[in-house]
Design a protein around this ligand. Structure first.
Ligand SMILES: [Mn+2]
Length: 419
């Protein structure tokens, strides 16, 4: 898209929005000032660097065989960097424990900050923040389908130690980058079929969590989050870490609760959970994803769910307590496309929400004029937010509109296709 066209369209959009009392320049600035965390695991189909030969397990599955998967830390970081250069605004890189780097085999209960030094050095050089996660799946000590709630104490001890270490590493990441690191606990524990041991499993998970979160860290460097799920592959009948379990635990311990857009009933929107949970937890980590039938991990796109989520965060004035990470993986497309599509969708939704003339909706409602309220909601959908997003891209020196696609096709031809 020509720069002149973008500027012209923006000038008109700015006037239109000004008529509704919205400052588009301020909205661009604000939307780009909110971190979006980019999941490294989209770049290699959740394989990791342990060279364990374990295939992906634990209720998740990457399907597709698009060529060019990153095989090393260097390749993965180069790919992420390329994709991230096409996403306006502040970004973090989200890393799983299985992306540790070492010359020798290091077990998951032996990981140390030093195994993530390359990630930290890279993030510092690029100005990214980092987020972190324990990795409980794709491991021989998880074959029972349980980790922190396994009946065998040795298995539980192993995973408790792993999780304790991830908190140390996350704290190190936060300290080293100078940007708070969120360490998000998600485990796959659950049962394919009917079980009489729901209570027992949850008692065990609770006990494990109490050990994991015993140590206090400065929230300046580390924030802990716990993520629920309704079901996964092979945990269709029962998931130990359910919504109620973790929401209760997060409220009791002052942790962040993680809401993944793909982890609830297909028709259940997480947008409504923002204003209800923020009374009880210090903050919310949103995993931006897209559930499609049984799968929770499709590439995020700009859909009603994503827009509603950002609108609720805006209307609740909660951007200082709601944090955003993408969480999906798709091996059937160019993996950099997946990152850019998802991250741009998130940034667009943020901007769309920030451009909403919310005050006018509130006024209509307080006047009791619900017809006008709905009419305005409909009319606001026609406001020229796309022109504002294009300007946001231009201001950040990156292609507006579909211009990024060719950039990544070139990278595919020059880099990915040679792997
Ligand atoms: Mn998630």
């Amino acid at each position: 898209m020509k720069e002149e066209m973008i500027r012209k369209a923006y000038e008109m959009a700015r006037e239109v929005y000004a008529g509704f009392g919205i400052d588009t320049d301020a909205a661009i600035g604000r939307s780009n000032d909110i971190d979006i965390s980019i999941p490294c695991w989209q770049g290699d189909d959740v394989t990791g660097f342990e060279k364990s030969g374990e295939s992906l397990s634990g209720g998740i599955m990457a399907t597709g065989g698009y060529p060019g998967r990153a095989r090393t830390g260097e390749e993965l970081r180069a790919d992420m960097e390329r994709a991230m250069s096409l996403v306006p605004g502040k970004l973090k890189a989200n890393v799983h424990a299985m992306y540790m780097e070492s010359e020798r085999k290091v077990e998951r209960d032996e990981i140390e900050p030093e195994h993530f030094e390359k990630w930290v050095e890279w993030a510092k050089a690029k100005g990214y923040g980092l987020d972190f996660n324990p990795s409980s799946f794709s491991h021989p000590k998880a074959v029972s389908g349980y980790t922190l709630s396994d009946l065998n104490k040795e298995i539980r001890d192993f995973w408790v130690e792993h999780c304790i270490r991830t908190r140390e590493i996350a704290e190190y990441m936060g300290r080293a980058t100078g940007k708070t690191c969120i360490n998000n606990l998600w485990i796959q524990d659950g049962s394919k079929d009917l079980t009489p041991l729901r209570l027992k499993r949850r008692e065990l998970l609770l006990e494990s969590c109490e050990r994991i979160y015993r140590k206090n860290y400065s929230k300046k460097h580390l924030m802990d989050a716990v993520e629920c799920k309704l079901f996964g592959i092979a945990s269709e009948s029962f998931v130990v870490g359910s919504h109620e379990f973790y929401l209760g635990y997060a409220a009791k311990k002052g942790l962040l609760i993680t809401f993944d857009m793909g982890h609830f009933h297909p028709t259940e929107s997480i947008a409504d959970k923002i204003s209800s949970s923020l009374f009880f937890v210090p903050g919310i980590l949103i995993h931006i994803s897209r559930g499609v039938r049984w799968d929770s991990d499709h590439i995020a796109v700009l859909n009603d769910d994503l827009v509603a989520l950002m609108q609720e965060a805006k209307r609740a004035d909660a951007f200082d307590r709601v944090y955003f990470s993408l969480d999906f993986f798709d091996a059937s497309v160019n993996r950099l496309f997946a990152w850019v599509i998802g991250a741009r969708a998130a940034r667009k939704a943020l901007l769309y929400a920030l451009l909403e003339p919310t005050e006018l909706l509130v006024q209509a409602e307080t006047d009791g004029d619900y017809g006008k309220r709905l009419a305005l909601i409909e009319e606001f959908k026609n406001l020229p937010w796309q022109a504002v997003f294009d300007m946001s891209c231009l201001k950040q020196g990156m292609p507006a509109g579909a211009g990024w696609i060719e950039t990544l096709k070139e990278y595919e031809a020059q880099v990915l296709s040679r792997r």
